[in-house]
Write a protein that binds this ligand. Sequence first.
Ligand code: SF4
Length: 452
Amino acid sequence: MKITFVEPSSIFEGFSFGWLNKLPLLGTLYLGTILKNRGHDVKIIKDDGKRIDPEQLDCDILCISSMTSTTRRGYAIADAFKQKYPERKVLIGGVHATFFPNEALSHADYVVVGEADPIIDTVVSRIKNKKLKSKLIKGKPCEDLDSLPFPDLSLIQNIKLPLPRTPISTSRGCPFNCSFCSVTKMFGRKYRFRTPENVVEEILSRKNKRIFFYDDNFAASRERTKKILKGMLEYNITVPWAAQARLDVAYDDELMNLFSKTNCNYLCVGIESINPKSLKEYNKHQDVGLIKKAIRKLHDYGIKIHGMFVFGADNDDKKIIDKTIEFCDEMNIDSPQFSILTPLPGSDLYHKLDAKGRIFTKNWDLYDLNHVVFRPKRMSAYDLQMKVVEAIKKNYWLTKRGFAFLFQNFKTCISIIKKGLKWWYDHRAYLRFLEKIDKRGTRNKNIVNNLN
Ligand code: SF4
């Protein structure tokens, strides 16, 4: 069968971090590769936000996998396809559909809830033979990640290979349970992982000179991470690599030595907050003193830090944002990322804020970590939005960091500047909307579904 996967894009321009934004998600690549290996004619389209002509999709089954912030774009693509080809099938999956399956079902013939890798082949066969009775299909966790094929990057039609970094996922799930995160609700707290041998085999099969480990927490099991890195050393693999991990990796000297020997050059770390009360509120199990020590240690090992911060906890006021900017300068964080606390569906935070009627919009386009969608406790929604926009500007607009960032991405610096201007323009419009929301006060808790 002809099967097309679409990875929808966000409507709003996020603050761009160069190569990080150019990489595709691996979920559709795994599913596409499984189906290709079963003899199906598969292609993947990474949506660039421009108009998608349903004829371009050219398939018997259209599969759309979206996150919350891209879900409405996914629905629009599904609706356009269905209008043109009512007899063909649309299947929607991904993290948002898992938490709102009935919503997704109003734009699709079938919805997969949870992980689809172990069932996708059966689902497609049943659709082909007209034997799939249920519209809601329960997925299941893939217990043996070594059984998955290496993602075939050539399935993506509209992306230039080689990618700036090869994306490799070595595990699923996370043993932690941060209150704002939906990873554990989607993939579970049981940490499932590929064997080090299987990971090294994939790295060897790639020609790329750089790697990005996609795992939500690459070192959730330090011993396993050490085995992967030792395996890389056995084969003299020392290409620059980056990963997402918790800062506590820095407390393990053996691990740090291996990071350094294998050429880890960038680590994306969820610092989240320098407010101890907010760290507690996030259930982050991090201490500000230890955060500082860990940052120094990573720098001592020559590892750059992409530090991710989240503002808007009930214990945050406006001052914490200024203090965080000072902290980033003091600690020389290489690329700080300032996000707005977002109640992602599935997370504990979503349930808490929703139950208290503090969420004022469920326009999912806005759930991209760049827009305030709930009423913060110690500042207005407008102030939170404004302070975060200012913090990003202070860090990147005509600053050493900003110029360094443009220099690293020299070839695309014009498009980065254009995106930055669009980002600023979008935020001005949203700030006007928030002013209205704040004026309505907490007495009117009606949810607003569209910007007005
Ligand atoms: S934020 Fe990171 S460490 Fe926390 S639960 Fe999510 S994946 Fe795990």
